[in-house]
Design a protein around this ligand. Structure first.
Ligand SMILES: Cc1ncc(COP(=O)(O)O)c(C=O)c1O
Length: 435
């Protein structure tokens, strides 16, 4: 297809190349293009559409709010939309989990939340160093970029690794428990690691290739942080909001981070980000860290509406049932092509099918797109297919999408894989493609 925006939009665009069509409408887990072709969405706005496109409850609430001329923009002044959201978040999410956090609204991107959390850890401890992990992804503004692992995004002239040490994530060194390295470095005054202000991690690395940290490793890291007075920041931007099967991904390990970055699906489809802060760490002076679009009231309204899912005691079970369907299919694909030694990793409704070859993954993504399935790649070599449907996807659509995926893998294996024309990455994507 001739790309209609190619002459005007920057060369940096990425997903437009991955999904070469003009999308027009979307409901739930189906997107439709201007030719009337439908696509099942396993991409989910890179994790920002956990409750589906144009979620019906959010849409009704938004229409009513706009109709009554509710406040649109408010910076951080108090509005009824914000009060309702905060009240519901406290009541539905924090209190039942016995979590005591202050909430900071940042600018609307995930990166804004990461920047604020790291900056606050530095301010509160008066230490500058931060530990991040191999294959981490935390965003692209210069502070967050310093924490992101993939070299594709880095150049020395960005000065981008300042004050950050990357340590091996769980599983990075096979069976070796990498938390012991962290422990040794913390206790050795000659290790070269300054006492960090913070450790930041994703419990499941999304962009890094669906690498799932074990609960035991997370508990060990949390305990080391506590012993040494280091703030543990969990970046739950992609795998929070129910993606892991529970509202917060760290609930599985039973840890309580000092700060949590939340974004993407929290806004029920609209941009919104927040940082949860242990009250003792909230040492900001009034107005010391700002942002014009902290007060996205439309997002407060849709966010409030989708929180209702968490009032339903069956919701986690519904995610688990869908999760089982995904796992069954992915393991069947692996078994069918056992000689290829594909791997399956994931939790809840974020699953990776590691094809161990970036070109094969790229071919499969293109083949899936041709047959009406949107899926993206992840991992250092763009070798992992990321299966990330909406938490609310109808099971018939889920099964249909999984079937398309299986056929796309089969078809790609029988094609000679071309040399990639270009490797491109965007803020939430790293894909090698022939498009
Ligand atoms: C774990 C994680 N952190 C941070 C970000 C950055 O969020 P944003 O692209 O909204 O700035 C992402 C985006 O994919 C992410 O997955």
């Amino acid at each position: 297809m001739q790309d209609p925006i190619e002459p005007i939009e920057s060369n940096v665009r990425g997903y437009a190349r991955l999904f070469p069509t003009v999308f027009d409408t979307a409901v739930g887990s189906t997107m439709t293009d201007t030719h009337g072709k439908s696509f099942i969405d396993f991409f989910c706005g890179a994790g920002s559409l956990n409750y589906g496109h144009n979620n019906r409850q959010a849409k009704q609430a938004l229409l009513a709010y706009i109709e009554r001329d509710g406040i649109q923009h408010s910076l951080d002044t108090v509005t009824s939309a914000k009060v309702d959201f905060l009240d519901a978040f406290e009541r539905i999410i924090l209190r039942p989990r016995k979590l005591d956090y202050r909430i900071q609204f940042t600018g609307p991107t995930g990166t804004n939340a990461v920047e604020a959390a790291v900056k606050l850890a530095r301010k509160q401890t008066q230490r500058s160093h931060v530990v991040a992990f191999t294959n981490a992804y935390h965003g692209h503004s210069l502070g967050a970029l310093a924490l992101t692992g993939n070299q594709f995004f880095h150049s020395e002239y960005y000065g981008s690794h300042n004050d950050v040490t990357h340590l091996p994530f769980d599983g990075y060194m096979g069976d070796l428990d990498t938390s012991t390295l962290f422990e040794k470095m913390l206790n050795d005054p000659s290790s070269g690691l300054p006492l960090p202000a913070a450790v930041i991690l994703e419990t499941i690395q999304g962009e890094g290739g669906i690498n799932v940290a074990s609960d035991a490793w997370l508990r060990r890291i949390a305990s080391l942080c506590k012993q040494h007075g280091i703030h543990l920041i969990v970046d739950d931007i992609q795998v929070g909001n129910g993606r892991s099967g529970k509202f917060f991904s760290f609930e599985h390990a039973g840890i309580v981070p000092d700060m949590v970055c939340i974004s993407k699906s929290i806004g029920g489809g609209l941009p919104m980000s927040l940082v949860l802060i242990r009250p003792e760490i909230d040492v900001w002076k009034p107005g010391e860290h700002t942002g014009t679009f902290r007060g996205n009231n439309l997002a407060f309204i849709s966010a409030r509406a989708v929180l209702e899912y968490w009032n339903d005691s069956d919701f986690e079970q519904q995610i688990e049932e869908r999760s089982q369907r995904v796992q069954t299919k992915l393991h069947a694909i692996c078994a069918k092509h056992s000689a290829r030694q594909f791997r399956v990793r994931g939790r809840g409704l974020i699953w990776g099918l590691d094809l161990r070859c970036g070109d094969l993954a790229s071919e499969t993504i293109a083949e899936a797109f041709k047959h009406g399935l949107l899926i993206e790649g992840a991992g250092a070599h763009d070798q992992v297919l990321k299966v990330m449907p909406a938490l609310t996807i109808e099971t018939s659509l889920l099964e249909k999408g999984l079937q398309i995926l299986e056929s796309a893998v089969d078809a790609s294996l029988f094609k000679p894989v071309k040399a990639p024309a270009e490797v491109f990455h965007t803020a939430s994507m790293s894909v090698t493609t022939n498009l």
